[in-house]
Design a protein around this ligand. Structure first.
Ligand SMILES: *Cc1c(COP(=O)(O)O)cnc(C)c1O
Length: 825
């Protein structure tokens, strides 16, 4: 392979390049020792093998080339990698039938490792875990994202407790990525038309085991200064810059898919930022097949999948119509679309000239299938999007859900990895994980309690070292740095509290009554200790104030080192925390946490969750596995509930020891939580649900549909729908059955193209029902008038049922692709 190497290695060490550039090292810790041997200091500081390789001294490399033991180790690592890459994944070989040959996964953020900091929070971490899982399972997926010159900011705290932000620049030569090479052997470049100019994009690639992530970069010498800055920063700049980023991600991203020549059938939008991809996909299809835009839109939409992540409308990206007009001109001309029709794709009310263009609405309209990220978030989303599906019941708004999961091998501790390997084998996370529950459930009490102890000790040690370094950088006195080495206690119940300091997460809930918290921490018999971490957005004054409040709290003399604030929450710190805490605390305001994933990361390590019943915990919670903060939503009530849980239930459970010194009730919870919840909230389960519930149906529809026929069908619906109405409905009771007869007048519509149904809501213990009615005789004298009838057991009142009429086509996703419906008056 042609590769532009920043450094040439002694020939015996060449294979180190491929190892360093395959981000599989982020979850395969068998090779850590190798990097430590190349340069221990660089490795410990950066955990970035590529940096280790670029910066190790030449003398050291020359010496390693002659070190037989090292070369032997290297060979083993190379063999193991080859074995991983060559062993077909669980889903490889299934590519016949309805398994897509290619899926492009678009995301504004990817959190694969702190060595490639292209993420701000949960959305990115999820995307990173998704790529790793695709590699493990052999799902033919590529990632498409942006290469930011500055990732999210790095946090330090000054001596007054204020958050300070630093924006170190990502030097591409120190990132574990490579220029992507085009078919002609040169660096792959794309050109996008922008008003008055051409934007050039360079393409980079990151290898993630079997999966590849492509990153677009506008920092090209032929771009103007402003354009070079489009991919400068993650989530920074005004609305226009954000729009440009989304143009690059969506339009540029789909151009890239085309340029790569890969057989991509499914386009998956991880959040609405990349929604322009569906337009570019349709535009290219239009030219390739020489059809109208409408036909291309219907053809390609079957292959588009959207995952929404936001439970509040304020979280959706929306742009002023004037901005859209400025940047959409080229697309409009090319597709022969009017500006009004284009804007309508991103509006609830196409007639409202002032309504901004909403990327989430575009994604909903441009993707045949949509998912939310937890069961509760599914319900919330169906309500939120109901205006796009007028007169459809909330429950039928076409948004399903796949609850997020985490890539378990990225989050397990070394001792937990050992334990799971002993009980469930080495290949446990490479396939279906449903069968793992029994093995870990059989684990011995002492084994589990030892695991908790070892992990807690490691975390306490890590927190002390990190705190000492932090205080040193802050310029604290030698005495207080020395004190840092004595904070926390490896035998005390350890609670972790780490996430973005954003209002709905209520990071200050535990500080509601500081004295009460101190009483809990300093309890003589049952002490508790806290490790806190998290960044506030640079513009979020309230969040920064909460950071300050926590830092000040940890410095109170009466806290006695039982609470510490660790700076610069990132993937690396998150890994350490979820590997060592006994309890992971989460306090979002329901229903603002669409899913939340950090609590899932503790499961494999035996950490227990205590959380409000929001996001994933609303479906995972079970008293046998953890605790629920079930106040009544107000801060004082929830805080009171949390204090009481800590004091009356969690701490007693932890400190109540049997004759072997084991807290039996605690260990039972660990066992239940580890065995039941780890597989259920793993990304293996998540990705398999997407494959079976979304990707396969997408490919089936894509292969089967006749776009010309669907366009004719939907055009007929749109032009004749005003003629459609339901007439009299007649119901009789006969032999314990309801017999319904309904008159339907279809105007100019073909009777095969609609469906008449009896609909009943969920009520009085009866489920939601929609029962197809069969077509009877034509109504004499009426053009397009038919009788429809249905017979059903009279188990629930006839008045529960309403007759409705809807468009029907077996190859369409409905009501997603044509949300019309008429109800009995
Ligand atoms: C997992 C993770 C998140 C997301 O966690 P939430 O529970 O959704 O808050 C955010 N940041 C980092 C660094 C993470 O590892």
């Amino acid at each position: 392979m042609h590769r532009i190497l920043p450094r040439s290695l002694p020939s015996g060490l060449e294979p180190l390049n491929d190892l360093a550039l395959d981000l599989r090292w982020t979850w395969n810790h068998a090779v850590d020792a190798l990097w430590r041997q190349v340069d221990g200091e660089l490795w410990d500081f950066t955990h970035n093998p590529w940096v280790v390789l670029q910066n190790a001294s030449q003398a050291q490399l020359d010496q390693l080339e002659r070190d037989e033991a090292f070369l032997e180790r290297l060979k083993t690592a190379v063999d193991q990698r080859r074995h991983y890459l060559e062993t077909p994944g669980m889903l490889a070989g299934h590519s016949s039938g309805d398994m897509p040959n290619g899926i492009a996964y678009f995301s504004m953020e990817f959190g694969l490792s702190e060595a490639l900091p292209l993420y701000a929070g949960g959305l990115g971490v999820l995307a990173g875990d998704y790529l790793k899982t695709a590699s493990d399972l052999g799902v033919p997926l590529i990632g498409v994202g942006l290469l930011y010159r500055e990732g999210y900011f790095r946090q330090t705290i000054d001596s007054a407790g204020n958050q300070q932000e630093a924006f170190p620049s990502n030097d591409p030569t120190s990132l574990p990525i490579q220029p992507s090479v085009g078919p002609d052997g040169a660096w792959l470049e794309l050109a996008l038309p922008l008003p008055g100019r051409t934007l050039r994009l360079r393409v980079w690639q990151a290898d993630v085991g079997r999966t590849r992530l492509y990153l677009l970069d506008s920092n090209h010498v032929l771009n103007g200064a402003v354009d070079r800055g489009i991919t400068a920063k993650l989530y920074a700049g005004g609305s226009e810059m954000r729009l440009l980023q989304e143009v690059v991600l969506g339009i540029g991203g789909w151009c890239l898919v085309d340029a790569l020549g890969l057989p991509v059938e499914v386009c998956h939008l991880n959040e609405g930022h990349a929604a322009f991809a569906v337009l570019e996909r349709a535009r290219r299809c239009m030219h390739r097949r020489n059809v109208t835009f409408q036909e291309a839109w219907w053809e390609t939409r079957a292959g588009n999948v959207f995952t929404t992540h936001t439970p509040v409308p304020a979280g959706f990206d929306a742009f002023a119509p004037s901005l859209i007009r400025k940047y959409a001109q080229d697309l409009l001309n090319d597709c022969q679309l009017s500006l009004r029709d284009f804007l309508a794709l991103g509006r609830i009310d196409p007639a409202d000239e002032d309504e901004p263009f909403n990327m989430t609405y575009l994604a909903l309209r441009g993707c045949a299938q949509t998912s939310a990220v937890s069961k509760l978030h599914g319900q919330v989303s169906r309500k939120l999007f109901a205006p796009l599906y007028p007169r459809w019941p909330f429950d039928e708004v076409p948004v399903r859900h796949v609850t997020n999961g985490v890539h378990v091998p990225s989050w397990d501790s070394a001792p937990a990895d050992e334990l799971w390997t002993q009980t469930c084998g080495k290949r446990r996370w490479l396939g279906d994980v449903g069968c793992l529950e029994a093995s870990i459930a059989a684990c011995d009490d002492i084994v589990l309690w030892d695991l908790a102890g070892r992990q807690r000790r490691d975390l306490v040690q890590y927190a002390r070292d990190r705190l000492a370094m932090q205080l040193g950088l802050r310029g604290e006195t030698p005495a207080s740095i020395a004190m840092a080495r004595r904070v926390l206690d490896p035998n005390v119940l350890t609670v972790g509290l780490a996430r973005r300091f954003t209002e709905y997460k209520r990071m200050n809930l535990l500080l509601h009554d500081p004295q009460r918290l101190i009483d809990i921490l300093a309890d003589a018999k049952r002490p508790v200790q806290l490790i806190i971490a998290g960044k506030a957005h640079p513009a979020d004054e309230e969040g920064k104030q909460q950071v300050r409040a926590w830092v000040e709290f940890t410095q109170r003399p009466d806290v006695q080192g039982r609470a510490v604030f660790l700076e610069d929450y990132d993937l690396a710190l998150a890994q350490r925390l979820v590997q060592g805490v006994d309890v992971w605390l989460n306090t979002p305001r329901r229903p603002w946490e669409a899913c939340g994933t950090s609590g899932m990361k503790t499961l494999v390590n035996g950490g227990l969750n205590v959380s409000t019943l929001d996001g994933w915990w609303a479906e995972a919670y079970d008293a046998a596995c953890g605790w629920a903060i079930d106040g009544h939503g107000g801060n004082p009530e929830d805080a009171d509930c949390l204090y009481r849980l800590l004091q009356d239930e969690i701490a007693p459970c932890f400190y109540e020891r049997n004759d072997h010194g084991v807290p039996q009730r605690w260990v039972e919870r660990m066992r239940a939580s580890m065995s039941r919840l780890t597989p259920a909230f793993s990304s293996n389960r998540m990705l398999l649900e997407y494959v079976d519930g979304f990707y396969r149906p997408a490919l089936r529809a894509l292969t089967k549909r006749n776009p010309g026929e669907l366009v004719a069908w939907s055009d007929a619906m749109s032009s004749h729908w005003h003629e459609v109405r339901l007439g009299d409905v007649d119901v009789t009771l006969d032999d314990a059955h309801w017999r319904f007869h309904a008159q339907a007048y279809l105007g100019g519509l073909n009777v095969e193209w609609v469906k008449v149904e009896l609909y009943a809501e969920e009520r009085d213990g009866f489920p939601r029902q929609s029962i197809p009615m069969s077509q009877g005789d034509a109504i004499s004298g009426a053009i397009g008038g038919y009788m429809f009838k249905a017979s059903l057991p009279a188990t629930r009142p006839a008045s529960d049922y309403t007759v409705r009429l809807r468009p029907w086509h077996q190859d369409a996703f409905l009501p997603a692709e044509l949300p019309l419906v008429t109800w009995q008056r």
